[in-house]
Design a protein around this ligand. Structure first.
Ligand code: PMP
Length: 330
């Protein structure tokens, strides 16, 4: 029988797909590691599984434990699925700017979500940070994974994403490109590939314009899940050979092209990473193999990136829409 014992067994081993159309004029091979094939729909399932299993091994998690993490997005989904299958409770703390859809996804998987006001000082007792710290202190058996400082975040990629890419490309990968949020993906995958390729693999970080990784101050940008206004310990700066800063407009236009031209309905940080990958690939020859990691699906962004109205509100569409639609006056 070909069966899996649970959804947790399906974490990782995601496909590598050639980009055929957005790569016009480029000689190098450009391949996408499509992480929405993970059971929770994102790359974050990988870190959730390893962070939880490590905490179990170290006796920090056991029967009756509760996982408490300030997260509204992909990490929450990964943690919720793994926790549910292993019998732990999950409490997530989200700022009130997070969409109801995202909160409902976490609740659908059985997690409890505590929503905190955004418009208060970080020192205020109701702030996002203070509420999650208080919940950890006051909940018996609580454990906070803290993806920004947990070494199992980059380690999960060192042990899964890196070896998968080395094997899938038969050791021919020459460049690895990924967005940087916590830095776990690029640090762990990059370190493995540098070791496997004896230093021959170049590691390129993609960063939203304004974030600290590309020399900014953390100025607001709209791409979600990447860029920071501080340097997390999960990020190992020594691994990255080059950082490419990408604007919101370029990121979102590429995200829409990936759906239309490659059949890849992915999130905004994927468009951002592809823009960076193509910038690198344009300088390369036919023997180079560039792999770009696409962290999540576009389903969570339908009312933003995939809405002409939203894109136009921010001036992200060049001609006020991609093409004429029913009702348009032509
Ligand atoms: N894209 C999205 C949509 C994400 O949720 C994340 C994780 N924050 C990233 C990219 C970046 O991954 P990492 O945290 O491993 O740097």
């Amino acid at each position: 029988m070909h069966i899996h014992d649970s959804m947790v067994d399906l974490v990782g081993n995601t496909p590598l797909v050639r980009l055929n159309n957005v790569t016009e004029g480029i000689q190098a091979t450009v391949l996408a590691k499509v992480e929405y094939f993970n059971p929770g729909g994102s790359v974050k399932d990988r870190i959730a599984l390893r962070m939880i299993e490590d905490a179990e091994e170290r006796g920090l998690l056991g029967p009756g434990s509760t996982i408490v993490e300030p997260t509204s997005g992909n990490t929450g989904v990964g943690l919720a699925i793994v926790a549910q299958q292993k019998g732990y409770k999950c409490v997530f703390v989200c700022p009130d700017k997070v969409s109801l859809d995202k909160i409902n996804v976490l609740r659908a998987y059985g997690a409890e979500v505590v929503v905190c006001p955004t418009a208060v000082d970080p020192d205020h007792p109701d702030s996002y940070y203070n509420v999650s710290d208080r919940l950890v202190r006051e909940t018996p058996g609580a454990w906070k994974p803290d993806q920004y400082s947990n070494p199992n975040n980059p380690l999960s990629h060192y042990h899964s994403t890196g070896p998968e890419l080395w094997e899938q490309t038969d050791g021919k990968i020459t460049h690895f490109v990924a967005g940087i949020g916590t830095g776990g993906t690029i640090s762990g995958t990059g370190r493995y590939l540098k070791e496997a390729g004896d230093g021959g693999v170049q590691v390129v970080g993609a960063d939203p314009e304004g974030s600290v990784y590309s020399g900014g101050s953390g100025r607001p940008y709209l791409v979600e899940g990447v860029g920071e206004d501080f340097w997390p310990t999960a990020y190992d700066r020594d691994i990255t050979d080059r950082i490419v800063a990408v604007s919101d407009k370029d990121s979102f236009q590429m995200t829409r092209r990936l759906a239309k031209e490659e059949g890849l309905l992915v999130g905004g940080s994927c468009g951002m990473a592809v823009v960076a990958a193509l910038e690198v690939a344009r300088e390369l020859g036919p023997d180079d193999v560039v792999v770009v990691l696409l962290p999540d699906s576009g389903r969570g962004y339908l009312s933003k990136i995939f809405s002409d109205e939203w894109m136009n509100d921010y001036g992200f569409l060049d001609q006020g829409g991609d093409e004429p639609r029913v009702g348009d006056v032509l």
